[in-house]
Design a protein around this ligand. Structure first.
Ligand SMILES: Nc1ncnc2c1ncn2[C@@H]1O[C@H](COP(=O)(O)OP(=O)(O)O)[C@@H](O)[C@H]1O
Ligand SMILES: [Mg+2]
Length: 312
């Protein structure tokens, strides 16, 4: 297992307002939830930054000591590839879990980022919708699988240290969705506590967003009453583009403080990282995009703390 760059860990911890990890050690900050918070990263539009957000937010959260599981529910498998999971490591995948051929803990593979695991996806997922069409509770497949999973997934490793770290419970589950409001996305929304929406500031963004929010309302009424809107993240923001500004302010006036203050800029380093099988935060943690994702993680952790306090 790779060690995370120490400056990344320190920067991330500092911006999250957590204790800075001791010299040389992995960050050991108590997980901030007593049951995992399940967030679905969704937007029916492709190429808006869902996968990038799942990977880099997951990495930033792991860097400050949270234990994170990403569930890759997109047949394209970009989250799996972007985290360096080769096809030989996908023997058991999200597809097997959904059709009931495997337990979710048997599908989990570790990434090179300590504290960050993934349930990988394969192209098989393309067939899941059809195969599940006549199955009972077909929208609840992921939720049921997660409710049977031990809190820590699966203990693994040869050394005591590795066994100990993999027996820590997950504090965040991030579900990466395909670019569609299909049965896979519905499964994710049914399993989740809240939805995180990456939104690209472009002409039709608001229309797409209202369609997505209508789906959330439908899922709330029929499948998952607790589903909340965790937040909207403006992605691939282009400062030189006036339209970006206009759309951003429209989204903010429409959804108020559900919209994160942190905006993710368009940044070439972010788009390079997946071809190295690394999160941008590991590939180049000092680039503007990585810094923005760290800030986003910090803002998210603060928002999550407030949500927990008001629920307590
Ligand atoms: N902030 C960014 N700056 C530059 N390129 C980005 C940024 N975010 C994502 N990308 C690139 O844009 C493409 C689409 O992003 P991705 O996260 O895969 O979107 P989605 O999962 O919504 O389809 C990818 O090639 C990704 O590397
Ligand atoms: Mg994607």
């Amino acid at each position: 297992m790779e060690q995370l760059d120490k400056t990344l860990v320190t920067d991330a911890a500092r911006s999250a307002g957590s204790a800075i990890p001791a010299e040389g050690g992995n960050p050991v900050i108590a997980p901030s939830t007593d049951r995992p918070r399940i967030l679905v990263v969704a937007n029916q539009k492709g190429g808006v930054g869902k996968t990038t957000t799942a990977i880099n937010l997951g990495t930033a959260l792991a860097a400050v000591g949270e234990r994170v599981l990403i569930v890759d529910l997109d047949p394209q498998g970009n989250a799996s590839t972007g985290l360096g999971i080769g096809h030989t490591e996908r023997k058991v995948s999200a597809y097997d879990v959904l059709i009931g051929a495997a337990l979710i803990e048997d599908a989990i593979v570790p990434t090179k980022v300590p504290g960050l695991d993934i349930v990988p996806s394969t192209m098989d997922l393309l067939g899941a919708e059809l195969e599940l069409a006549s199955v009972q509770r077909r929208s609840h497949r992921l939720r049921d699988a997660l409710s049977r999973m031990p809190r820590h997934g699966k203990t693994r490793g040869d050394s005591d240290a590795e066994k100990q770290s993999t027996s820590r419970p997950y504090s965040y589950l991030l579900i990466d969705c395909p670019p569609s409001l299909n049965l896979l996305t519905i499964n994710a929304m049914t399993a989740a506590d809240a939805i995180l929406v990456p939104l690209q500031c472009e002409f039709f963004a608001l229309e797409g967003l209202s369609q997505l929010l209508r789906t959330v309302e439908r899922v709330k009424t029929s499948l998952n009453p607790r589903l909340d809107i965790q937040g909207i993240v403006l992605t691939m923001f282009d400062q030189r583009n006036k339209l970006s500004d206009q759309v951003a302010s429209d989204v903010r006036s429409y959804l108020g403080d559900k919209v994160y203050r942190t905006v993710i800029p368009r940044n070439v380093r972010i788009s390079e990282a997946p071809s190295y099988g690394k999160p941008a935060l590991v590939y180049d943690h000092r680039c503007a995009g990585s810094k923005a994702y760290m800030k986003l993680a910090a803002e998210m952790i603060q928002r999550e703390r407030r949500i927990r306090q008001s629920a307590a």
